[in-house]
Design a protein around this ligand. Structure first.
Ligand code: NAI
Length: 328
């Protein structure tokens, strides 16, 4: 009998949590042969709603779900965790400056990093979804010195998937015909969705599209501002698509990316492509199962360079701000 994998989900009673937990329990996160134990971490006010979600999870009678525990204490919630999905975060309130937002999230991700360091399993893998995701991941990582730095990642897979879909729409191709798109930089409006190495049905995407104005005026802003467009239309922020992206990220990290294709994830930079070492920035990545590798040797044209640099500069500013606040 395979040992169950402990998956801790923070913000379990939130909208993304509700869209995520059932998919984890059904086997979509780790695969159809891996039993899971869910550990739901909430703040005290969220515990009752998490209990309700746990009741519904029970009522699905998932064959792979071997247990559900609910916590309001990070140390207990992360004890023995093999996978941690850090979804709960402090949203930007009215009149809140960036420094206030970073500080409020430091109050969440600092203690969570310490709790992971204290009690997570040796193979712990962390995906930060809660915004500002890249810098929250940096804060958690800095507070977990005993965990290998590369186990801390942040989610840009939703941006990647959004870009795939926009490119499919423009070219008339199926999403499955598109390979090697890249999201670079920060999960924010400065992110850069790059089609210059992508192919559609084996042909260079830029050649298939052949429309620079669309790239600049439609594609890049549509991908970068999609979150706001969803809020405008739905009256609530992306939840099911965010949960779907979290599933994709961890699934590919653990099980590997398909041969001949890469995806995007925010991972600690090793200095590749001029991104300062240590920044948790989105890159083109592959996995052979268990570890992300940055795709090396891509030519970065001038158009891309300026956009990557702008997003990376924003990440460096966020890092300096949290350093200034003593959070890392
Ligand atoms: P939500 O407000 O519906 O749920 C958040 C949940 O987190 C709440 O139940 C809250 O009680 C809980 N929470 C807050 N602080 C916590 C803590 N310290 N420990 C444990 N739980 C805590 O929010 P939603 O829609 O589920 O979004 C969650 C986060 O994901 C937000 O920060 C959002 O901006 C971010 N997000 C990121 C995306 C990405 O692509 N990286 C895409 C969409 C959302």
């Amino acid at each position: 009998m395979t040992q169950p994998v402990n998956v801790t989900v923070t913000g379990a009673a939130g909208q993304i949590g509700y869209a995520l937990l059932f998919r984890i329990a059904s086997g979509q996160l780790l695969g159809p042969d891996t039993p899971v134990k869910l550990r739901l971490l909430e703040i005290p006010q969220g515990v009752k709603a998490a209990e309700g979600t746990a009741m519904e999870l029970e009522d699905c009678a998932f064959g792979l779900l071997e247990g559900i525990d609910i916590f309001d204490d990070p140390t207990a919630g992360f004890a023995g965790a093999n996978v941690a999905l850090l979804v709960g975060a402090r949203p930007r309130g009215a009149g809140m400056e960036r420094g206030d937002l970073l500080e409020a999230n430091g109050g969440i991700f600092g203690p969570q990093g310490k709790a992971l360091n204290a009690g997570a399993a040796d193979d712990i893998r962390v995906l930060v979804v809660g915004n500002p995701a890249n810098t929250n991941a940096l804060i958690a990582q800095a507070n977990a010195p005993d965990i290998p730095a590369e186990r801390f990642t942040a989610m840009t897979r939703l941006d990647h998937n959004r870009a795939l879909s926009q490119l499919a729409g423009k070219s008339g191709a199926a999403v499955s015909e598109i390979r090697n798109l890249t999201i670079w930089g920060n999960h924010s409006a400065t992110q850069y969705p790059d089609i210059f190495h992508a192919t559609i049905g084996g042909r260079p995407a830029a050649e298939v599209v052949d429309d620079q104005a669309w790239l600049v005026d439609t594609f890049i802003p549509t991908v970068a501002k999609r979150g706001a467009a969803i809020i405008e239309a739905r009256g609530a922020s992306s939840a099911a698509s965010a949960a779907n992206a979290a599933i994709d990220h961890v699934h590919d990290w653990v099980n590997g990316t398909p041969e001949g294709s890469w995806t995007s994830a925010a991972i600690p930079s090793d200095g590749s492509y001029g991104v300062p070492e240590g920044l948790i920035s989105s890159f083109p990545v592959t996995s052979t199962g268990g570890a992300w590798q940055i795709v090396q040797g891509l030519d970065v044209n001038e158009f891309s360079r300026a956009r990557i640099d702008a997003s990376v500069a924003e990440l460096a500013e966020e890092r300096d701000a949290v350093k200034g606040l003593g959070l890392i």
